[in-house]
Design a protein around this ligand. Structure first.
Ligand SMILES: [Zn+2]
Length: 255
């Protein structure tokens, strides 16, 4: 079995998700984590996880969606959401995004730190986003003792040094579609042990692509696993077994 450790299925209709899961299952992608980016769509992520047995949920506020502090109200909303189900397995998608057009950085830091504290209180792993902010993101994770819960550095595109810094902090490296085409990333991944790697698609609706067949879906974890077996010169079966085992280790849970 393969796992898509991070995607955004909340924007799809339920009947379309049923088809997405069938296509995933055809290539043995049998467990999918759909994650929120706002309070509102975190509810939708949880809803999907209660409808579809193969879907599990992450809840969180994405740095690009930060527009106010993570306060007591947000804390209570997330806390109640977790208590309403056993389907929430991670705090995600949280992190820092330092593009010029990204939200106010002071606010991003506040929301990120508070969500790490929340994850530690609930003992849930963190799946984090970092763009133009590697050292700042890892520094916050270290200062907030995120290694108590660990988790995943999502959509990894960094250097070998950044990978090792994240691994030393108790995080796994998650490979997505950029790994299929970036030779720089492929060469970095050669030096990262398979025991520290998980796979994902970050799939979300892509209406800007006219051809629906070209939309990224959880089934593309198969392509990433194939490329990983080629780059590391190991069998596909080994990639499948180890990356899935890694995912279970992170989640401290059997499925
Ligand atoms: Zn994402």
């Amino acid at each position: 079995m393969l796992v898509d450790s991070h995607c955004h299925l909340d924007g799809f209709q339920n009947n379309e998700i049923a088809g997405i899961l069938v296509r995933a299952k055809e290539v043995n992608v049998d467990l999918v984590v759909t994650v929120g980016t706002t309070l509102q769509n975190s509810f939708r992520a949880v809803e999907l996880s209660t409808i579809f047995p193969n879907i599990w949920a992450g809840i969180g506020i994405h740095p690009m969606e930060v527009d106010k502090e993570f306060d007591q109200e947000a804390y209570k909303t997330f806390s109640d959401l977790i208590d309403s189900t056993d389907r929430v397995i991670a705090i995600s998608e949280i992190g820092l995004d330092f593009l010029d057009t990204s939200p106010d950085r002071f606010l991003q830091y506040q929301v990120f730190r508070e969500q790490i504290r929340f994850a530690r209180e609930r003992m849930l792993p963190i799946i984090f986003h970092s763009r133009e902010s590697y050292s700042e993101t890892l520094k916050v994770l270290r200062e907030e003792h995120a290694y108590d819960v660990g988790g995943i550095m999502h959509y990894f595109q960094g250097s070998e040094a950044i990978a090792w810094e994240a691994i030393d902090l108790g995080f796994y490296i998650s490979l997505a579609k950029p790994f299929l085409r970036s030779e720089d990333l492929q060469s970095v991944v050669k030096s990262i042990p398979l025991e520290n790697i998980v796979l994902e698609t970050d799939a979300a609706p892509q209406p800007f692509k006219d051809n629906r067949q070209k939309w990224t879906e959880p089934r593309h974890v198969y392509d990433i696993a194939s490329k990983l077996s080629e780059i590391k010169n190991i069998s596909f079966a080994q990639v499948e077994e180890v990356t899935t085992k890694n995912f279970f280790n992170i989640m401290h849970k059997s499925f």
